[in-house]
Design a protein. Structure first.
Length: 57
């Protein structure tokens, strides 16, 4: 991540979406909005769990 210049993505302007962020939790900003997506019981169903910044909603 350091070689990729992640600081420009995390702290620059705009939105940065990170897939598999649980692999780099030590560098994710404290004020990040985290969206966990899991499978539901029915085919095609997804459950979204949003955390951070009071869920931003």
């Amino acid at each position: 991540m350091f070689e990729l210049g992640y600081e420009e993505y995390f702290f620059g302007k705009g939105v940065c979406i990170v897939e598999w962020a649980d692999l780099i939790t030590e560098i994710i900003p404290e004020d990040a909005l985290v969206i966990n997506i899991t499978y539901g019981q029915n085919e095609g169903e997804r459950i979204y769990d949003i955390k951070g910044l009071e869920a931003g909603l």
